[in-house]
Design a protein around this ligand. Structure first.
Ligand code: NAP
Length: 263
């Protein structure tokens, strides 16, 4: 198998990576950073987000798997002590039969410098920097709301447990093909009104945000961020591409939600 390891920048994660290399080398596994069949991350969910953005051009032929060296994650869900067992499963099971695919957010940002596309594993956000963000939000080309507030977060189902959850958004099972739009501190009074709750768009719908001209805005895609003075439009929808996770062991999303947030 051709694989690559992306680690968080700490000694424990780097030591585990060395251990993994030593365990699989006798079995003919090869490190191939250009065309890996498997991207193994060692660190946290943030490490897997970083790896995802490194390999977005190979999503159809690469599987992702995460080992956590901090707390149990949603993407990084293997414990370091399970590494020998993981290697055994890699040697005995067919990777392709163990793949589950999760939806992503497709993003197109139009600014004064042109148009650019991204994929988000967790979410994208648009936020005011020095003032309230004022923006028109359209759903399927029809005006939905004139928004005023800190910003807007548009998340994937697997990203619903991240920033979206802190905003009071719902937790969505990753088999649901949709995107969630959550308000970030919207202004609601006699003059300005927004929905106040998050909404879920199905796979064939899209959302567009048209910020008022000349606002300083922070645009984020997962852990990446950039600032802009003139954003014309942000368009989001469910992406055609998906991320493929390698699930060698049964994974129950709702158990993970309970373990992460309740007990
Ligand atoms: P970060 O400090 O690397 O990540 C913030 C926390 O979010 C970390 O504890 C991370 O877990 C966790 N996380 C990431 N993806 C998750 C998921 N799908 N479900 C549950 N928890 C998840 O922050 P960053 O580098 O700026 O941005 C990375 C992510 O942080 C963003 O995609 C966003 O979702 C999240 N974030 C959250 C808030 C908030 O909740 N108020 C604010 C900003 C950003 P690990 O420790 O395992 O890496």
């Amino acid at each position: 198998m051709d694989y690559v390891i992306i680690t968080r920048d700490d000694d424990k994660s780097k030591r585990l990576a060395e251990r993994f290399h030593a365990l699989v080398k006798p079995h003919g596994f090869r490190v191939n950073a250009e065309q890996p069949e498997l991207v193994l991350t060692i660190g946290g969910d943030g490490t897997l987000l970083q790896a995802f953005h490194q390999y977005t051009d190979r999503l159809d032929s690469t599987g992702f798997l995460g080992i956590h060296t901090g707390h149990l994650g949603f993407y990084a869900d293997w414990h370091p002590e399970q590494m020998e067992h993981l290697v055994h499963l890699m040697l005995t099971e067919d990777l392709e039969e163990k793949v589950v695919s999760y939806p992503l957010v497709s993003i197109e940002l139009e600014t004064s410098s042109g148009s650019k596309k991204w994929l988000a594993l967790n979410e994208c956000t648009l936020k005011g920097i020095d003032h309230t963000m004022v923006a028109e939000i359209k759903l399927n080309d029809e005006l939905f709301v004139q928004f005023r507030g800190d910003g807007i977060c548009i998340s994937s189902p697997s990203g619903s447990t991240a920033y979206n959850k802190s905003l009071g958004g719902a937790i969505i099972h990753p088999s649901f093909e949709g995107i969630q739009i959550a308000e970030i501190a919207s202004i609601n009074n006699r003059v300005f009104r927004s929905l106040g709750s998050s909404i879920l768009l199905p796979e064939h719908h899209h959302c567009e945000i048209f910020p008022r001209a000349q606002q300083n805005l922070l645009f984020t895609v997962d852990q990446l961020s950039s600032t802009h003075h003139e954003i014309y439009k942000l368009r989001c929808a469910v992406a055609e591409e998906k991320i493929r996770f390698v699930r060698y062991l049964p994974f129950t999303f709702w158990n993970r939600v309970r373990e992460a947030f309740i007990e």
